[in-house]
Design a protein around this ligand. Structure first.
Ligand code: SF4
Ligand code: FES
Length: 364
């Protein structure tokens, strides 16, 4: 099969983060600072990505502002010709740092939102005072006119606040609002019961987003990611494995998606041991699930296979025990009953479930 060039790259600059959100998509085994790529190596990666065809670079984490060299990294990405999007909680972005980021060519900021009140947001983020600091940063971003997307991860504790979330996005001057219902990867798998919204909340959210989308056309754009446990068909995760984007973990491991390391038999290459071009086109992990040949007959004979590519490989591994299987979220999957069972258990336990916060491992 012919392999297209990647369009986007997610650079997880660090796993360090002042927040401790229980839905974090980072892996359970987080990298410490000592494993992080240095400034020069990241800059090389950005140059190679641009040569490979990448257009958009998402500077992410953890909290990318935990890197003291964030401005240098942004400059390097901009000079490589990449469109730069900073994905941040806002903590660590002082006015002076925002000025510097703007001066070196930062194109866009994606600010996370844990809740619409200090009580809720600080409880979900596990960080006291975080909401007030985030609102101050949002005002600084608005004052500079830097294009802003608000990224609200939604779940059973904040989905009822969706209308206020939309109003807040407008007040903060966001051009886009991501209403992203939590996906169960990374730390979220530890918090399934504490996070899974009800079907009624999900249906209400769909109605509210559809109404707001029509009302606010031209003012605020929406991306709505519904919780896939209630869906009939899965999402086209990553737009298809190894077809549109790549992720680099803080230590340089190059991944086809953020959760790929949960598939234990895959061999991942590291940058700079190999070039990004070698890894993208010839890497064993990238070629493992490209296309649809690995999928079972259920998918290969299905009219939707060109739309969703059989769903998410990591979810297929986690729920069906086989990364090549039909994503069990699909109602046609022979493993779909496992999703139904998980859903029922999570909903039954939800009221009493406590958060397991994302934490870095203790040293020594
Ligand atoms: Fe998608 Fe496979 Fe389900 Fe068809 S059977 S909808 S291709 S996951
Ligand atoms: Fe890995 Fe979906 S998260 S393929």
């Amino acid at each position: 099969m012919s392999v297209p060039a990647p369009i986007a790259m997610l650079a997880e600059l660090t796993h360090r983060c002042p927040l401790a959100c229980p839905y974090c998509s980072n892996p359970l085994a987080l990298h410490g600072k000592e494993n992080e790529l240095n400034t020069e190596t990241w800059a090389r990666a950005f140059g190679e990505a641009a040569e490979l065809g990448v257009l958009q670079l998402h500077l992410s984490g953890g909290e990318p502002a935990s890197r003291p060299d964030l401005v240098d990294l942004t400059r390097a990405a901009h000079e490589a010709g990449l469109y730069t999007n900073l994905i941040t909680s806002g903590i660590g972005l002082t006015p002076a740092r925002l000025d510097a980021l703007e001066a070196v060519g930062l194109d866009h900021i994606q600010l996370s939102l844990q809740g619409t009140t200090p009580e809720l947001a600080d409880r979900i983020g596990g960080y006291k005072g975080g909401f007030a600091r985030k609102m101050a940063v949002a005002a600084e971003i608005k004052a500079r006119g830097i294009p802003l997307t608000l990224n609200a991860v939604m779940h059973r504790h904040n989905l009822d606040d969706l209308e206020r979330t939309i109003d807040l996005a407008i007040e903060l001057g966001a051009r886009r609002l991501e209403v992203a219902c939590v996906q169960f990867h990374g730390w979220a798998t530890r918090n399934r019961a504490a996070l899974l919204p009800s079907r009624a909340q999900t249906e209400a959210a769909k109605r509210i987003v559809a109404e707001a989308e029509a009302r606010l056309r031209g003012t605020l754009a929406f991306d709505f990611v519904p919780p896939d446990y209630y869906a009939d068909y899965p999402k086209a995760c990553m737009g298809g494995w190894g077809s549109a984007g790549l992720n680099i973990a803080p230590d340089g491991t190059v991944l086809p998606c953020h959760a790929a390391e949960t598939i234990p038999h895959l061999d991942f290459d590291r940058f700079p041991d190999k070039t990004l071009r070698e890894i993208w086109y010839d890497g064993a992990a990238f070629n493992a699930y490209r296309g649809t040949d690995h999928l079972p007959e259920t998918c290969r004979s299905c009219e939707r296979v060109g739309i969703d590519f059989g769903g998410c490989r990591c979810q297929a591994l986690a729920l069906a025990g086989d990364a090549a299987a039909t994503d069990p979220v699909c109602s046609r999957s022979p493993d779909h009953h496992k999703v139904t069972a998980l859903l029922e258990t999570a909903l039954a336990e939800g009221d009493a479930a406590e958060f397991t916060y994302r934490r870095m491992p203790r040293k020594g």
